[in-house]
Structures are given as structure tokens and as C-alpha cells.
Design a protein around this ligand. Structure first.
Ligand code: CDP
Length: 227
């Protein structure tokens, strides 16, 4: 078996990154890390501990004091733990989605999470998805993908996901959240979402899960053969 590679997947909200990353990791026997879940965990922590007020103002001083002791873990079955508490469901609510981009724009939050993400990927054999994976977390990743999908498809996918969890949100509100996060994520000062020059673009609008996986696996195979 040739060396295990690192796969970095970036893209806008609800474009199918995590689904592809998860499927790729399963097919290759690699570790999958949803870096967005880690930012959502910090956002949930801020909500639960009143570190963000109703106007969206973050108590940076308090956050700085507590961030060092925050323990965020992702188990192999993709459960997310914050200080040993299972928060897998709690981080997927519209409330968390409403503030996560604000929290993810904070430098000290990014420093802490990027450090943890780089440590997780040190040995290779990892598929990580997010917004700054190919640009900042793993700039030397052997395969970088930039995933896109139309607004309509992204909205339908996220609506279905929320409904399956019993969350009721209108189509307009879902689209609104996706667009506002995309704007915040791609215009922030700290490692904004960009399409790096060496990323391959994959538009998943007209591909099903199996088709997008097959496409990506072919790319992985080409890279492994060239090693
Ligand atoms: O799944 P979805 O596309 O809705 O987003 P996510 O991957 O769960 O990420 C939630 C938010 O975390 C994003 O909108 C970004 O603000 C932030 N994020 C980030 O800044 N950097 C990453 N590497 C991953 C997520």
C-alpha cells in the first residue's frame, strides 16, 4: 500500500462537503474530520455561557479566558463532544447556525482549532472539510477539492437535513442563513474561504452521492499512482 494522502475539501455552506468527505474517508479507510463541527461547538459554548449578547456582541475577554480549557472531541462515529458532553445534535440548530460565522471569524478561536486540526492530520490518511483546509490547515494536502452547488440545491439539502431532525425553518430563512454565512466566511480578515489555485472544482448540483464519490475516488487513485 502506498502512502496515505491528505485530502482537503472546502466550499460554501451546505454544498455537500461533509457528505463527500465522509464517504471518501469510509471508502479509503481514512479519518474524517468535519472542522465546521468544531466551530459550531465553540459557537454553542458561547451561547450556553452567555458570551454573545442579543446584538451579536462577543465577550472576547471571557472567551479568551475559557478557550484554552475547552475540550472538543470528535469520535470515530462522528459524535461531537464539548467537555465530555455529547453536543452532536445541539450544534446543528438554526440558533447555532445563526452565530457560528461570527465566532469563526475570531482569530483566537481559529488559532486554537487550526492547531488541533493540524495535530489530527499529522499522520496523513485524513479527509477534512471546512473553509480554510486547503489554504491554511493543510496547504500541502495532496488533493484539494473546492465543492460547489447551486443555491436552490443547497437550500433543499439543508431543509431536508433540518426537517429530518425535527427543526422547522422556512425555505427563505434557510437560504438567508446560507448566504449570510457565505458572505461572512469569504470576506472575513482571518483565513477567509477562498478557492486556492491548486484546488479542483467539483459542482455537485447534478451529481448524486455515489457519482460524486466515484469522481473523487478517481482523483485520489491518480495521485496515489503518481507517488
Ligand atoms: O455544514 P455547513 O456547510 O452548514 O457548515 P459547517 O461546515 O458546519 O461550518 C459552519 C461554520 O463554521 C461556517 O459557516 C464557517 O463560519 C465556520 N467554519 C470555518 O470558519 N472554517 C472551517 N474550516 C470550517 C467551518
Amino acid at each position: 500500500m502506498k502512502n496515505k494522502i491528505t485530502i482537503a475539501i472546502d466550499g460554501y455552506a451546505a454544498c455537500g462537503k461533509s457528505t463527500l468527505a465522509k464517504d471518501l474517508a469510509k471508502a479509503l479507510g481514512y479519518t474524517f474530520i468535519d472542522s465546521g463541527a468544531m466551530y459550531r461547538a465553540v459557537a454553542l459554548y458561547c451561547l450556553e455561557n452567555h458570551l454573545i449578547d442579543t446584538n451579536g456582541v462577543v465577550n472576547l475577554e471571557q472567551l479568551e479566558k475559557s478557550i484554552g480549557s475547552l475540550q472538543i472531541e470528535i469520535s470515530s462515529d462522528q459524535k461531537v463532544f464539548l467537555n465530555q458532553k455529547d453536543i452532536s445534535e445541539a450544534i446543528r440548530t438554526p440558533r447555532v447556525a445563526g452565530i457560528v460565522s461570527k465566532i469563526a471569524a475570531i482569530k483566537l478561536v481559529r488559532q486554537k482549532l487550526v492547531e488541533q486540526q493540524q495535530a489530527l492530520g499529522k499522520a496523513g490518511g485524513i479527509v477534512m472539510d471546512g473553509r480554510d483546509i486547503g489554504s491554511v490547515v493543510f496547504p500541502n494536502a495532496e488533493l484539494k477539492l473546492f465543492v460547489t452547488a447551486s443555491d436552490a440545491i443547497r437550500t433543499q439539502r439543508r431543509l431536508a437535513e433540518l426537517r429530518s431532525k425535527g427543526e422547522q425553518q422556512s425555505e427563505a430563512d434557510v437560504l438567508d442563513n446560507l448566504k449570510s454565512r457565505d458572505l461572512q466566511d469569504s470576506t472575513r480578515a482571518e483565513s477567509p474561504l477562498i478557492q486556492v489555485a491548486d484546488a479542483m472544482v467539483l459542482d455537485t448540483s447534478n451529481l448524486n452521492r455515489e457519482e460524486q464519490l466515484a469522481w473523487a475516488l478517481l482523483e485520489v487513485q491518480k495521485i496515489i499512482e503518481q507517488q
